[in-house]
Design a protein around this ligand. Structure first.
Ligand code: DPP
Ligand code: ZN
Length: 876
């Protein structure tokens, strides 16, 4: 693949007016006839040819205005179709026929088969695997789609837009026609055909239109789609209330399929979902599954406006739709659940997934300027950091101006394919604020480091805060400019109450938002009666690394009194982290591990504090992961030492908190029938966290096994099984529970994914042997991306001691698997390979093994562009 540069963007030579597609479906020979009406764009050279994209295509017919073309007038290769001597200005119709093989499409891009169903995935460049086409997001047209298929096997024939009609069609076949009046780019095209069950409902929009809602799932799974339906209706209502966005077709459909590369896809009117993010019932889905379903249903629905009605000019602008839509789904979940707990979960995710990306060889700006394989840019930087940047715009402008800016964006750009600059201009226009410097968040990669120190002058009654910012060098960007960093803050008095400064000099302060805009800035708060405790970066208002030494007393005060509960949680982390880091260093030296009591005291006080939500208390009890600790250590990392250190501290907390945990375990039962609501989920989370600590003190698995046996929902069942597997891996009880779990759920793929994932995460060097044995079991299915992610993905992303064993066998295993998976599904292979993004932080022996394994991948013949791009960037 060649390198694509943002600077080379120019519009197409030909304007696409409309698209008329006819699919004659067949498992191995599907005939696709595409009738495309174009005209030459004004001002384009009359000799310019029409160049269309293709990917592994074979042309089997071509007509220009219904006539055959002489051989010399076009060239067709698998990668493209070029047509010459086209009319100078009059519209013309091109009829292109291709024959494709859905059964053989193991990449899961374009038209493929999954579980007997025909389905499509076209983002980013899958449509060119269906027909020759100007396959880019700035080519928008209305589509008519005709689908012909065997009636018995495919009673259902679906595409985007509104249903036009259908009828019998010859021997045993039938057809259906769909029309989507909203001009759309090809990446939003979808087709589904097959035999599925359906859950139906309706939604009446704010202007009184009734929309038919349909969720299609495998027959028999309909009861498991009711929560998704409920989440969809809540999403539709919320988008009307919060953003004034109404749905715009007569029908909204979701189809759940079991083989899917991504989480879900926002095709116009016909979302296609990984069934993991649709199907749920108490017996088979955890609280986390319910929360994910709610968030992803919302995310894809919200794309109808942020992505579909207004789309991206080119793929460099991916964050225009993704960052914004993630922000919207975060806000939705915050409104549906607990805002601070949601924020804590977001920040945990951001730090564990995006920060390592931003701090390693795969770092790239939220709005990149160059790429080789767009599939590799569906990253946490584009999505999650993109969302954080949108959140910062809302923070800078305040709720009302942000809303005005969004309204202007919807008004001004509806029906267009636009850029980040267009988006930002809307907020500049409504606020009068210059966002030039702020826009560096889109253009400069790397997590800014802000160093802070404070000094109180009792005589002058001033508090002086010195701030300094540094944006680290990232690949291709060595020199960085200072950023516009909005820091929310609060000053607390010794009794925990708020201190309001009389005035502030040295920086703009609006409400509780301080604007750091220079490389170094000294800010003075006047009229401060007593030494304040500073709570900095409240709500994680800006995605930075913060270096700010605060005493354990100050942190404990914040943990106890901050009105911002996110800040309380952050203070607990800040109390614990130094202990974890020191313990890891000590373990590496073979020294004794200690843990300060200030941390355990504060943690246990929060755990026992009944004025706090259970979900918050559970978040407090979940220590930073081993990978988080590795990232904070920043180099020469030994996974075994980190594991030993973290385990020792967990044990100390368990010892100190035995009584607290016993009370929580006995008292946090959720009475009555299961409900997936956030409050009940929080109680379960807290109770299971308590069980996890108690199991550290248990000599035998009896208590945990009893919890497993008593569980009446998947959250508790899988939590108990996880504790058994982690804490008592080699006992008869654990073996029995694993076998029971497998047998009970043998016919439920999503639950079996959990069974694989739980075992893949068991730490220690023997993990690799366990993985190999699990791969031999008939339940392991290499062709199913969810299964590969649950076993191999969990092992490489979430089992640092097993994957990172000192002899390098884990890295070698990864190399073998990447080469194997790449043959079939390059996107999946490339994604799993990103687990190596932090290899340079390993201690030298492991780093050497990692490098050899990566080099072996790099030198292998026949690598996909996807894997080649990742491996070369990781090794660079
Ligand atoms: N389907 C993916 C998402 O919604 C890509 N657009 O983020
Ligand atoms: Zn999205």
């Amino acid at each position: 693949g060649q390198i694509i540069n943002l600077a080379d963007y120019r519009p197409t030579d030909f304007v696409l007016e409309r698209v008329d597609l006819t699919f004659d479906l067949h498992p191995t020979e599907t005939k696709v006839e595409a009738r495309l009406i174009f005209h030459r764009r004004e001002g384009v050279d009359a000799n310019a040819p029409l160049v269309l994209d293709g990917d592994e295509l074979v042309l089997s017919g071509l007509l220009l205005d219904q006539s055959e073309l002489p051989a010399g007038q076009y060239d067709a290769t698998p990668e493209g179709l070029t047509v010459r001597n086209l009319p100078e200005s009059a519209p013309f119709e091109l009829t292109i026929t291709t024959v494709i093989n859905p059964e053989a499409n193991t990449q899961l891009m374009g038209l493929y088969r999954t579980g007997g169903i025909y389905c499509t995935q076209c983002e980013a460049e899958g449509f060119r695997r269906i027909t020759y086409f100007p396959d880019r997001p700035d080519v928008l047209a209305p589509y008519t789609v005709n689908i012909i298929a065997e009636k018995e096997a495919n009673p259902l024939l679906l595409s985007n837009g509104n249903f036009l009609g259908g009828a019998g069609y010859g021997e045993g076949k039938h057809f259906a026609a769909w029309f989507d009046p909203h001009p759309k780019p090809s990446y939003l095209f979808a087709l589904v055909a097959g035999d599925l069950g359906v859950v139906e409902d309706t939604f009446t929009t704010s202007s009184g239109r009734e929309v038919a809602l349909k969720i299609y799932v495998e027959h028999g799974k309909e009861p498991r789609a009711t929560y998704a339906m409920d989440a969809l209706k809540r999403s539709m209502k919320w988008d009307e209330e919060r953003f004034g966005r109404e749905y715009d077709l007569d029908i909204f459909m979701i189809v759940a399929v079991s083989d899917f590369n991504m989480g879900a896809m926002e095709n116009k009117g016909l979302n296609v979902f990984n069934d993991k993010y649709v199907l749920a019932d108490p017996e088979t889905a955890t609280d986390a599954d319910y929360a994910n379903i709610e968030a992803i249903i919302a995310h894809e629905y919200f794309h109808n406006w942020t992505g579909n009605r207004i789309t991206c000019r080119d793929w460099f602008q991916l964050c225009l739709k993704e960052g914004l839509t993630v922000y919207r789904d975060h806000e939705f979940s915050a409104d549906q659940r607990s805002r601070p707990v949601k924020r804590i979960a977001e920040v945990r995710h951001l730090k564990s997934e995006q920060f390592p990306e931003d701090g390693g060889p795969l770092a790239h700006p939220v709005r990149p300027t160059t790429y080789r394989e767009i599939n590799n840019f569906y990253t946490t930087t584009v999505y999650e950091k993109g969302s954080e940047v949108t959140r910062m715009i809302a923070t800078l402008l305040g709720r009302d101006l942000f809303k005005k800016g969004m309204d202007l964006y919807f008004d001004r750009h509806d029906g267009q394919a636009v850029t980040i600059e267009d988006f930002v201009s809307c907020f500049e226009d409504v606020s009068g604020r210059d966002l030039t410097q702020f826009s560096l968040w889109y253009h400069q990669a790397g997590t800014p480091l802000v160093t802070a120190s404070g000094a109180y002058d009792a005589n002058a009654k001033t508090f002086t805060l010195s701030l300094e910012q540094m944006v680290p060098a990232t690949p291709g960007q060595t020199v960085k400019k200072p950023m516009h960093i909005p820091l929310r803050l609060g000053l607390l008095a010794e009794d925990g109450g708020p201190i309001t400064p009389a005035s502030v000099t040295g920086a703009e302060l609006t409400d509780d938002v301080l604007h750091l805009t220079k490389k170094a800035q000294t800010v003075t708060f006047h009229g401060i009666p007593s030494r304040p405790v500073l709570s900095l970066n409240r709500s994680f208002s800006t995605p930075i690394n913060l270096q700010f030494s605060q005493s354990t007393e100050d942190l404990a005060l914040i943990a106890r009194y901050e009105t911002d509960h996110f800040a309380r949680w952050q203070a607990l982390i800040d109390l614990g982290l130094p202990n974890l880091l020191q313990a890891a260093r000590d373990a590496r030296q073979g020294a004794d591990i200690t843990c300060g009591s200030a941390f355990t005291d504060a943690l246990l006080a929060a755990a026992a504090d009944e004025s706090l939500e259970p979900a918050f208390r559970a978040q407090a009890l979940a220590l930073p992961s081993e990978s988080d600790i590795a990232r904070e250590l920043g180099g020469n990392n030994d996974p075994d030492a980190i594991h030993a250190a973290r385990q020792t501290i967990i044990k100390r907390i368990a010892e100190a908190g035995k009584d607290v945990f016993t009370v929580l375990y006995d008292g946090m039962q959720t009475p009555g029938p299961f409900s997936p609501d956030a409050a009940s989920a929080g109680r379960r989370a807290l109770r299971n966290a308590a069980l996890g600590y108690l199991s550290q003190l248990d000599e035998t698995p009896a208590r945990t096994k009893a919890a497993y046996d008593a569980a009446n929902n998947m959250t508790d069942l899988s939590a108990a099984l996880t504790i058994l597997a982690q804490r008592f891996p080699d006992t008869a009880e654990t073996a029995a529970a694993l076998a029971h779990f497998r047998d009970r759920f043998a016919d439920n793929a999503l639950v079996i994914d959990k069974w694989f994932a739980i075992q893949a995460a068991i730490p220690g060097a023997v993990a690799l042997e366990r993985i190999r044995l699990l791969m031999e079991t008939p339940l392991f299915k290499r062709t199913n991306p969810n299964r590969v992610r649950s076993l191999i993905g969990t092992f490489v992303f979430a089992n640092p001691t097993g994957f990172g064993r000192a002899d390098g066998a884990g890295y070698n295993f990864l190399a073998d698997e990447i080469l194997e998976i790449d043959q079939r599904n390059p996107q999946l292979a490339a994604r799993i390979l990103t687990s190596m993004r932090s290899w340079r932080l390993l201690e030298p022996v492991r780093a050497d093994h990692a490098r050899s394994a990566l080099t072996r991948i790099e030198r292998a013949a026949g690598l996909s562009t996807d894997v080649r791009d990742i491996v070369e960037r990781i090794l660079k």
